[in-house]
Design a protein around this ligand. Sequence first.
Ligand code: PLP
Ligand code: COI
Length: 339
Amino acid sequence: MENIDWANLSFGYMRTDYNIRCYYRDGKWGKLELCSEETINLHMAATSLHYGQEAFEGLKAFRGKDGKIRIFRPEANAERLQSTCRGILMPELPTETFIDAVKKVVKANERFIPPYESGASLYIRPLLIGTSAQVGVHPAREYLFVVFVTPVGPYFKGGFSTNPYVIIREFDRSAPLGTGIYKVGGNYAASLRANKMAHDLGYSCEFYLDAKEKKYIDECGAANFFGIKNNTYVTPLSTSILPSITNRSLMQLAEDMGMKVERRPVPEEELTTFEEAGACGTAAVISPIQRIDDLENKKSYVISKDGKPGPVCTKLYNKLRGIQYGDEPDTHGWVTVLE
Ligand code: PLP
Ligand code: COI
């Protein structure tokens, strides 16, 4: 692709050659179909449009120095999609079909996978929606699963550099027993005003406390939070945050590096004690946190005094990226190499 500026890609949509689709009708999933249309022909009374029967996923494919294409932990995304399906009463897509779809669509769009040197990747976006007409609030009978891909650069400007966050108390992303643990569109609709508020105030991203008590750390926008202190990786345990596959991987890598891992409620005041902290996710990878401001309580938790990513965040970042690009051994079997 001679006319793509790979090294300067942002996190945005670019048309690629193909997407892949699979329909659920008469109680069963059909065959995968490659498609070059970008649009979906949808009934105006589809449950995805009215009652939020919509789930999505996000994962990435990487081109290695050796030219091989690696997809990071697709079975984990398949399992999380199944969990989301159970959460909003949609039929579960088998892991095998999910992985087959991901591999086929990546292969079909191989020319859009950024070169190794660019540090960019191919973002893979699976989507599952209720398509049949329904006016009463009930699950649909028919569904569509689609996977599209788009080449992406860093989610936050500047890539691996520190960013400021702001605690937003005016809006909740999800309730303690709500849909926060699922990857459904409604959670992101609920986050739009908080995200705009944070941006308007000059921050990279909004920072959520738990909705009930506003006492414990939940998430950083569309990424999980972790803090580092005393050779320990600390990350919130909460019923209203998305179980991040990146976070799960970092917990394992931290353990491999001889660190302790604690997954537990993290009170806001504990922010004063972290030597380093980061936001992590597929899109964000690791975005080290410079500071977190609590405007209402006139507090600023400065995490990185010199404004630079700390040594542990850097080590974790390099290790994770190394595995994803094939520069480091895949000792946990996280990578699916495309044949
Ligand atoms: N939290 C939210 C709300 C997200 O949207 C995402 C992105 O998927 C994450 C966390 C990170 O999850 P993962 O590491 O699986 O991409
Ligand atoms: C991801 O990290 O994959 C996300 O889904 C983040 C955001 C683009 C929703």
